[in-house]
Design a protein around this ligand. Structure first.
Ligand SMILES: [Zn+2]
Length: 503
């Protein structure tokens, strides 16, 4: 009898764990802890976090140490050559699995003159007026917030918002004395906006400390429709710089036009030779290794993109034809001109033949295509156009020997990652989302943007999925970054849902 009672008690605890919090209960709990967490969110946003200022970053690290230690996590600073990473760990009693959770705390640099508020580091609560302008209202009104109100501050969405949501969700389950049935390792990155240059090495040096069964990333916007979204991959990124040369110093365009070759024209022709009029790369082999089978196509087409809206928002008539629709387009590597410079323009215009021309290019990387191979293809293509390719500025001797010279340099920042929908982490999150929202989440196979996750995926050998929360029109990286408060509460709800979903 006693044994039976024990079993019944065990069952009811388990039942309480995974089933008691149905959608409406999750919603009520999320509402309560959303409001309770606003002072904490405001406090966190008030600490400047541009990673170019390590003394500011130190304050953010300390804030996180306090926040996690006070929630019964043990914390470890992982040293790098610059600012540290922070690891916070909490074990669960009956845990079989460990989930690694990635948070990012630093924000992009700010130009305060472009922000319509006191400072990007003084959070402002705003509501939209009839004309569509955002008007500041007293912070205290947040007690009775409306979903469409927004908090404006640097890192509001990218990505201190998700940090505050996660802490709020921990407080929410603590209030019900619920413990996740998995161990948590929270890894905090304080230089993501600088490209996380020290992360790959730190993951390699601390692979035991960071070992886990799966990784979830609490970062990034939901789909444009603002519906709950899981993202199963992200493109990687590499950059290239190309410089072409004309006369050693700019020459008078009257005296030397028709005589001194123009480097801007040479660079333009070279770049133009890389793509056709539909925006497809013409270099043979560039798209090799990417296969979209029927099953993948079904996944891609299940994303409810409104391409008329996208084109209208971007004010473009005809998109490039790398893919026949948006989701398909971003499954392929891209070759994109970031910027070009030669001579002077606008009121600075000078009547000269410029001495050089520079183009910065980026390549967004996908699974199945090795970045070094792609860079090699681009280099070979440049050579095939009759250029002598070097990796430094040419010497006078080189200039006198070769008619056409290109200085070509490149850097691979990090590779892409892509996780199958049916992996354990994918199914676990899907179950949590189904319970929270009672509909399937939007599942995106590959997000177009890049995040430094591949070092974890490749070094630790674990699958990764992004739990996205913030509104897609949040002005991330730009002035007047913001977070919609309805998205904040929905994010807290999603996080409570996975914390209470058995693994
Ligand atoms: Zn960012």
């Amino acid at each position: 009898m006693q044994k039976l009672l024990f079993v019944l008690a065990f069952l009811s605890v388990n039942g309480l764990f995974s089933q008691q919090l149905e959608s409406a209960e999750l919603e009520a709990l999320a509402s309560k802890f959303t409001k309770a967490s606003f002072p904490m969110y405001r406090d966190l946003l008030s600490i400047p976090s541009d990673a170019n200022y390590p003394e500011d970053i130190e304050l953010n690290v300390q804030w996180c140490e306090n926040a996690f230690q006070s929630r019964n996590f043990s914390t470890t600073r992982i040293k790098t050559d610059y600012v540290p990473l922070l690891l916070a760990e909490r074990k669960a009693k009956s845990a079989q699995k460990t989930v690694l959770i990635y948070l990012q705390l630093d924000g992009q640099p700010v130009d305060s003159t472009k922000w319509f508020q006191e400072s990007p580091w003084v959070p402002a609560l705003k509501q939209q007026n009839e004309k569509g302008d955002w008007e500041q209202i007293p912070w205290e009104n947040i007690e009775n917030y409306e979903d469409d109100w927004r908090v404006f501050a640097r890192a509001a969405s990218d990505a201190k918002g998700p940090v505050a949501m996660f802490l709020a969700s921990l407080d929410a389950i603590e209030s019900l004395k619920i413990e996740p049935n998995f161990n948590m390792k929270v890894i905090m990155d304080f230089e993501e906006e600088l490209g996380s240059p020290h992360l790959p090495q730190a993951v390699k040096d601390n692979s035991d400390l960071l070992s886990a069964d799966m990784l979830i990333i609490l970062d990034g916007p939901v789909h444009n429709s603002n519906k709950p979204t899981l993202v199963f991959g992200a493109r990687g990124i590499a950059q290239m710089q190309l410089t072409t040369y004309g006369p050693i110093v700019p020459q008078h365009s009257g005296h030397y036009g028709n005589y001194a070759p123009n480097p801007a024209l040479r660079l333009s022709k070279l770049l133009a030779s890389m793509k056709d009029d539909d925006g497809r790369v013409t270099i043979p082999g560039f798209y090799d290794g990417v296969h979209i089978d029927e099953a993948t196509e079904k996944i891609l087409k299940s994303v409810p993109d409104d391409e008329t809206e996208i084109k209208n928002r971007l004010k473009i008539v005809k998109p490039d034809k790398v893919g026949s629709y948006y989701q398909e387009a971003i499954q392929y590597p891209s070759l994109n001109i970031l910027g070009m410079e030669s001579g002077w323009v606008r009121e600075q215009t000078r009547t000269i033949v410029p001495s050089d021309a520079i183009a910065e290019l980026d390549m967004r990387l996908v699974q199945g295509s090795d970045p070094q191979r792609l860079i090699g293809l681009v280099q070979k293509h440049i050579e095939a156009q009759g250029f002598h390719v070097i990796d430094k500025e040419p010497t006078d001797e080189e200039r006198m020997k070769y008619d056409k010279i290109v200085t070509f340099t490149h850097k691979v920042f990090y590779h892409s990652f892509q996780t199958d929908f049916n992996t354990e982490v994918g199914q676990w999150l899907q179950r949590a989302y189904n319970r929270a929202y009672e509909v399937d989440p939007i599942r995106i196979r590959m997000g177009g943007g890049s995040i430094p996750i591949s070092p974890f995926v490749t070094t630790l050998g674990i699958p990764a999925v992004l739990v996205t929360t913030v509104n897609s029109d949040n002005n991330q990286h730009s002035p007047n970054e913001n977070l919609r408060l309805g998205n904040y509460r929905n994010g807290v709800k999603a996080m409570i849902a996975f914390l209470t979903e058995a693994l």
